[in-house]
Design a protein around this ligand. Sequence first.
Ligand code: PGA
Length: 247
Amino acid sequence: MKKKLIAGNWKMNGSLAANEALVRAVVAGLPQAACKVAVCVPAPYLAQVQALCQGSALELGAQDVSRHEQGAFTGEVSAAMLADFGVRYAIVGHSERRQYHGETDELVAAKAQAALARGITPIACVGETLAEREAGQTEDVVRRQLAAVIDANRSRLGEIVVAYEPVWAIGTGRTATPEQAQQVHAALRAQLAAATPQPERIAILYGGSMNAANAASLLAQPDIDGGLIGGASLKAADFLQIIAAAG
Ligand code: PGA
């Protein structure tokens, strides 16, 4: 069985002092972990967290990456720069970036491509809004979002990670039920199966108010290969409990 992946998404949270305490506590609890664990941190803290992760199994991630290689793109961070700091994962297409920064399916797919070109695993996020779910459009929406990533990355599809994050569940305390999540994950797996010979190799994470209490039942679903954890990744004890649930 492939190892599950638990990835923390700190979003725009942290400080030098808070990061140090959090990462030290997570690293101290990791030797018991049977799954892969990463933290996706704000770009200014990559060097700090890289140093704190040294010699441990905790892997480093970023929350975004530019589609461009280099040049006059003020404020952007390239995949090569991330690779310089030992970054293994980059979230692309998080719903907060789609919503607040106007990121399109096409841009998200290009960002995934830019990450792969530098040996960084993109964690490509898909997910429907509450209005889309209520209109019965959930599978259409996530399929459209994933199709763009598939089309742009066919030859390297086996190297990506997908994260299903229903927008209505993010930061709201409202989690998809394990059955709701599994249904969408199965649809995503079927879509991947049509595009790559080994779809089971691609980890499909669930994200959206996953916490210490609900992680085990979500992670027990056959097509849920891990979690992308926001709020609960900021508390070492909670994050470690989720990691234990993935063991
Ligand atoms: P949440 O965030 O766990 O705080 O809901 C998940 C995410 O947005 O990645």
